[in-house]
Design a protein around this ligand. Structure first.
Ligand SMILES: NC(=O)c1ccc[n+]([C@@H]2O[C@H](COP(=O)([O-])OP(=O)(O)OC[C@H]3O[C@@H](n4cnc5c(N)ncnc54)[C@H](O)[C@@H]3O)[C@@H](O)[C@H]2O)c1
Length: 290
């Protein structure tokens, strides 16, 4: 039985995963690189739970109990009694490998380890741990409290018990899991990220403006968000990292990241999280930056 879940990374995804796990009754241990980032992350979780209270989705008591179940602290020592740890740090294989190697010595032998990576090989990440059989991809979608899907990705060594255990956790979170084979970017991002990258090419080549491209896809393809708006929401660094994994992993030029996307990331224009990407978020309503 799973009762304690560890979460590594208190960014967009780590806060969302902690939020839903705590509301589902799990004790959550949350870490990041500094107390400052953790404080900010806890602020985000509190804010998002308040929004759920306002909408009548949870009660004030649920919120208080949920927040009380999340224990933020810097360092890996706190994960010793966890049954499951989900790594949700920056989409960079080197960073994730370092985290996994720092983390493993602190885990109990029974602990299952999952990565929320959007694109990196689960087989390769698993092989860098002391428990490839108990390593799996648990790919939550953003924003986690709203999105119903979790992709479950088995590496070549992942055992059946690990898959079944994470499948049950997903059910307890009232979400739906979809199994995906371990190929670069799995199912959702294999399809979604090339579309976003193509939207950036459409902008780069002057086919349409930011507003025209987003309106075209919202109204013409019935997408709830335009692709550039969505890119800003995901984080342009994450979009670029996923395209690089697709480009290198599948060795096909159709996945070449758009040079304009590279330029935005080099400028530090990462989308909503830095206040500027394809849109500027300083004012009341987002304004296109080109
Ligand atoms: N953004 C999305 O839409 C989305 C969706 C699904 C999955 N993901 C995946 O989730 C993961 C996190 O993405 P995000 O959007 O939350 O990114 P983010 O930039 O919002 O957060 C990443 C967090 O990881 C922390 N971090 C970096 N190195 C660390 C370390 N050594 N120890 C502890 N924490 C560390 C950073 O300080 C940061 O707070 C990535 O693997 C990403 O691909 C993202």
């Amino acid at each position: 039985m799973i009762s304690k879940i560890g979460v590594i990374g208190a960014g967009q995804m780590g806060t969302g995963i902690s939020h839903v796990c705590a509301l589902a009754g799990f004790e959550v241990r949350l870490t990041d690189v500094s107390q400052d980032v953790l404080d900010k992350g806890m602020g985000v979780i509190g804010h998002n739970m308040t929004r759920q209270v306002r909408r009548g989705l949870i009660s004030d008591e649920d919120k208080a109990a949920g927040l009380g179940r999340i224990h933020p602290a810097v360092g890996m020592e706190q994960f010793g009694d966890c049954d499951l740890v989900v790594e949700a740090a920056t989409e960079d294989e080197k960073v994730k490998r370092q985290i996994l190697s720092d983390l493993c010595p602190h885990l109990s032998p029974e602990c299952v380890l999952a990565s929320n990576t959007s694109s990196i090989s689960i087989t390769r990440l698993g092989a860098s741990t002391d428990r490839p059989g108990k390593f799996i991809g648990m790919h939550f979608m953003n924003p986690v409290p709203l999105m119903k899907l979790v992709e479950l990705i088995r590496g070549i060594a992942t055992n059946e018990d690990t898959y079944q255990l994470t499948r049950v956790v997903v059910e307890k979170l009232e979400k739906t899991s979809v199994p995906s084979e371990d190929f670069p970017a799995f199912i959702v991002n294999r399809i979604l990220m090339p579309m976003i990258n193509e939207a950036v090419y459409t902008l780069y080549e002057g086919v349409g403006s930011v507003e025209a491209i987003d309106n075209a896809m919202r109204l013409g393809a019935n997408h709830p968000m335009g692709p550039l708006e969505l890119a800003d929401f995901v984080g342009l660094d994450t979009v670029l990292a996923i395209m690089q994994v697709l480009y290198e992993g599948l060795a096909d030029s159709k996945y070449r990241p758009c040079p304009l996307l590279v330029k935005y990331v080099e400028a530090g224009w990462l989308g909503r999280k830095t206040g500027r990407g394809f849109y500027d978020y300083a004012g009341e309503t987002p304004v296109p930056t080109r």
